[in-house]
Design a protein around this ligand. Structure first.
Ligand code: SAH
Ligand code: SF4
Ligand code: F3S
Length: 472
């Protein structure tokens, strides 16, 4: 049993990270474990987790498991969890409750928890106290060991917990089963060293480890040769890419090189305003295949709160960067994340946030009420602000955000925009859906030959969160 340890997770060692190309191994024996059985993986949280699930699925298929369409048909269920806010945590334990009923009717069902919650010491303690009937728990640092961990779990009656608190090396040979045939996630770095005071990610994902440009570019080139149209470069802080490698090569260089592969669309998430260089902005402006869309989390418009959050920029610096991007990259859509109700956020602080929203008129935003995370500095800060006040602020903020989203979308009415058609519309299965270069969701009627194509679409109707269009 390897249990997570919060103190260990907080540490940052200066040990050189190695690049390992044969760390994922699966013996002939383990390859047959899942024969005739089905798996179901439910994913919570960010794109990083979605991409981890693509790895987990491929590993399970290496073990001969097949994907089940619904959870009820599965012989093994894994919940790939997120720890970012309390409601993510509640959703997972709600689901665990549902699965317990399933397990009562199906005693051989294997149920596991992985992902960011599994990295949390207090969550694993809770699992040991209340959910001992679960079969397996593993973390974000040892996904490549899933065959061995699962095998150990199958061979014993008790819960198998195998979580590493300290991140390992960069492992380059984990297989992947991609959700889409047209767009792909490409990790460029793991972990985060920013330690924003509210955030759990530096503890659940470990220290920053960049992949080398060679491995990233090989992956993108392979995707191009297989007909992929879009890649999204993934990292908690993509702008800090390369800083941990001993080479003179950063995010702007990587963006250039990825754009030169001739992939039709390049995206990246997430950009921290702190490391956003002019060179990056110039590169995005220069290459037509780097999409004019940037997710630029603000978190708060109050410089005081930003300081307490450890974000290392002020309101003025954020606005300066925002305006520079808007000036240099024509037609660039900018979205953001905002937290309301950080400990002791005053009305004046909150009004500063509204002021930035009024100035920036974001294309859209994810907004959250501050959620204290065990082990983070902000969770220990005194907070005299009531939850009612926080909820009222969130509503007021959302109203403003939605107003500007609709206004930004209204500008598209009657325009012709390029859309990568990637699937069927959720609300109407006869309609297709895709995203514009600026990441606007468009529903359009068409036929399936359009799937995977970048098509010119005329926007005919505009809503707050989506648009309707027609082929021209
Ligand atoms: N690496 C990204 C953020 C990833 S987490 C960045 O630095 O921008 C996604 C979003 O969740 C954050 O931008 C933040 O707005 C929100 N978030 C993170 N921790 C939170 C917490 N403790 N309470 C509420 N929201 C939080
Ligand atoms: Fe969390 Fe800050 Fe790192 Fe983003 S940059 S993952 S908010 S610690
Ligand atoms: Fe959640 Fe972990 Fe992503 S905490 S937001 S799944 S990095």
């Amino acid at each position: 049993m390897n249990l997570p340890n919060l103190l260990e997770a907080k540490k940052r060692s200066s040990k050189q990270v190695l690049i390992k190309t044969n760390e994922y191994i699966i013996t002939e024996n383990l390859k047959k474990i899942g024969a005739g059985k089905k798996y179901f993986v439910k994913t919570y949280g960010c794109q990083m987790n979605e991409h981890d699930t693509e790895n987990i699925k491929a590993i399970l298929e290496d073990m001969s498991f097949m994907e089940a369409d619904i959870m009820e048909d599965a012989d093994i269920i894994l919940l790939n969890t997120c720890a970012i806010r309390e409601n993510a945590h509640n959703k997972v334990f709600g689901m665990v409750g549902r699965i317990k009923h399933l397990k009562q009717t199906k005693p051989d069902l294997i149920v596991g928890i992985c992902g960011c919650m599994a990295q949390e010491e207090h969550i694993v303690e809770e699992i040991l106290q209340k959910y001992r009937w679960l079969d397996v728990v593993f973390g974000t640092h040892n996904i490549h060991e899933l065959p061995r961990i699962l095998n150990e779990s199958l061979n014993k009656q008790k819960i198998e917990i195998d979580v590493q608190s300290i991140e390992g090396d960069v492992i380059e040979n984990i297989p992947v089963k991609r959700e889409s045939k047209y767009k792909a996630w490409v990790n460029i770095m793991y972990g985060c060293d920013k330690f924003c005071t509210y955030c759990i990610v530096p503890y659940t994902r470990g220290k920053q480890r960049s992949r080398t440009p060679e491995f990233i570019l090989n992956e993108v080139n392979e995707l191009v040769s297989r007909g992929y149209k879009e890649v999204t470069l993934l990292g908690q802080n993509v702008n800090a890419y390369g800083k941990d490698l001993n080479i003179d090569y950063g995010m702007a260089d990587l963006l250039k090189d990825v754009a030169e592969t001739k992939i039709e669309r390049v995206r990246f998430v997430t950009s921290h305003p702190w490391d956003f260089t002019d060179e990056m902005i110039d590169t995005i402006a220069k290459y037509k295949n780097i999409m004019p869309y940037i997710h630029l989390p603000l978190q708060s418009g109050s410089s005081d709160i930003l300081k307490k959050m450890g974000r290392r920029y002020t309101k003025e610096k954020y606005l300066e960067l925002f305006n520079k991007i808007k000036t240099k990259i024509p037609n660039c859509a900018i979205t953001t994340d905002i937290i309301v109700g950080f400990p002791n956020e005053t009305d004046a602080d909150f009004n500063e946030t509204l002021d930035v929203v009024n100035q920036c008129k974001f294309d859209s935003a994810f907004t959250f009420i501050f959620s204290p995370r065990v082990g983070t500095p902000a969770a220990k800060m005194e907070d005299g602000i009531s939850i009612e006040t926080k909820e009222i602020r969130l509503q007021e903020l959302n109203k403003l955000i939605n107003k500007y989203s609709k206004e930004a979308n209204d500008k598209y009415l009657g325009k012709i925009v390029p859309v990568l058609i990637e699937g069927y519309s959720e609300k109407d299965k006869d309609m297709l859906m895709g995203y514009t270069d600026t990441m606007k969701l468009v529903n359009v009627s068409g036929n399936k030959t359009m799937l995977g194509q970048i098509v010119d679409i005329k926007i005919t109707d505009v809503k707050t969160w989506s648009m309707d269009g027609e082929i021209i």
